[in-house]
Write a protein that binds this ligand. Structure first.
Ligand code: ADP
Ligand code: MG
Length: 346
């Protein structure tokens, strides 16, 4: 093998999420997970200064001439150029920065129900980033495959994927989506709800990153007996000076009430639209939870309590979508069976 040239898997599964980009190399598994973020010069957006983790570290800390942007908003490409540059960089990084021998086939996941124009933008940006061919698969389908569910048979399966921007619920059977629902409410709305709560209750303005840290630290979807607290630092809106307050888990659960209600309404709508035979399969098999938001403490219990269904948190929920896409990328036959169906969902 020549110097600097490395074997690149010819098949890649790419989860271009609102919060994170996850790359799965066929034969290797998940090789990369980075925040879906780029830092660019404000005057020339094509000048990328940092991608992923490095860009996220700059969030809320950049001088005026540098901005950290999320190129994907609610699962849809909001900034074409920076998405393309980010994907190019991350595919390169996934390959250990070696010169690829051949261009990969990439299976990319897209939210259920995006428009043909939005689908085209994903295809063009990934192709522009160096892919030989690009195939789209809807997220709930990839999530189910990644979670190890059998969706080929006539049995119904249900997945709820709670990501950064959107929560997607779907009932799948025979390689197709029977019913699905997507709400623009997930992890980021939870962070916003925490920011608003602390602003209203304590006159303290905190940043997005801090809000997320509090959520990961002491956030819970349901009230739990054990009391936990976190020290939260921000800017006092009255004095204008930095200040710290102590927040409890009960308060965070209260703050999360609204976004969680929105997500639960989506789950309920999806179940209401499910044919009875499939509903009974789901009652037996349980609802599978994927996506980073499903890691919120007690999320599985909340859904189980409110639906009366068994709920199973998938293994490695943040990787399921990329894993499902990667499995399909390595199995053309199966990919074809699924994407043929997919064309009808547009
Ligand atoms: P996307 O597919 O939209 O990129 P992910 O599935 O990667 O989203 O999930 C990202 C979201 O999950 C973020 O909003 C993040 O704050 C949230 N998250 C990750 N881990 C946890 C956790 N332990 N508790 C609560 N939320 C979490
Ligand atoms: Mg996702």
């Amino acid at each position: 093998m020549a110097f600097g040239v490395k074997f690149i898997s010819r098949n890649i599964g790419l989860d271009l999420g609102t919060a994170n980009v996850v790359v799965y190399l066929d034969g290797q598994g998940i090789v990369l997970r980075e925040p879906c973020m780029v830092a660019v010069r404000a005057d020339s957006r094509r000048h990328v200064l940092a991608v992923g983790e490095d860009a996220k570290a700059m969030l809320g800390r950049t001088p005026d001439n540098i901005v950290a942007v999320r190129p994907v908003i609610d699962g849809v490409i909001a900034d074409f150029d920076s998405t393309q540059l980010m994907v190019k960089y991350l595919l390169h990084k996934a390959n250990g920065f070696a010169v690829p021998i051949m261009r990969p086939r990439v299976v990319v996941c897209v939210p259920y129900g995006i428009t043909p124009v939005e689908r085209r933008a994903v295809i063009e940006s990934v192709r522009g980033a160096g892919a030989r061919s690009v195939h789209l698969v809807v997220e709930p389908m990839a999530a189910a495959i990644g979670a190890g569910l059998d969706i080929e048979g006539a049995q119904g399966s249900m997945v709820v994927d709670i990501g950064g921007g959107t929560s997607e619920m779907a009932v799948l059977s025979m390689n197709g989506v029977v019913t699905a629902c997507s709400v623009r409410c997930a992890g980021q709305k939870m962070d916003e709800a925490i920011i608003n709560y602390i602003k209203n209750e304590y006159n303290l303005l905190i940043g997005e990153r801090t809000a997320e840290e509090v959520k990961l630290g002491i956030g819970s979807a349901i009230q739990i007996r054990r009391r936990e607290t976190a020290m939260v630092r921000g800017r006092d809106l009255i004095t204008g000076l930095p200040n710290t307050v102590e927040i409890s888990n009960e308060e965070i659960t209260e703050a999360l009430h609204e976004p969680l209600t929105t997500i639960m309404n989506g789950v309920r709508t999806c179940l209401e639209n499910t044919p009875p035979e499939l509903a009974s399969d789901i009652m037996n098999k349980g609802i599978y939870l994927t996506g980073g938001g499903s890691l919120l403490g007690g999320m599985d219990l909340l859904i189980a309590n409110q639906t009366g269904m068994p709920v199973i948190l998938a293994e490695n929920p943040m990787d399921c979508v990329a894993q499902g896409a990667g499995i399909l990328a390595g199995n053309l036959e199966r990919l074809r069976r699924i994407t043929e169906e997919a064309e009808d969902w547009k």
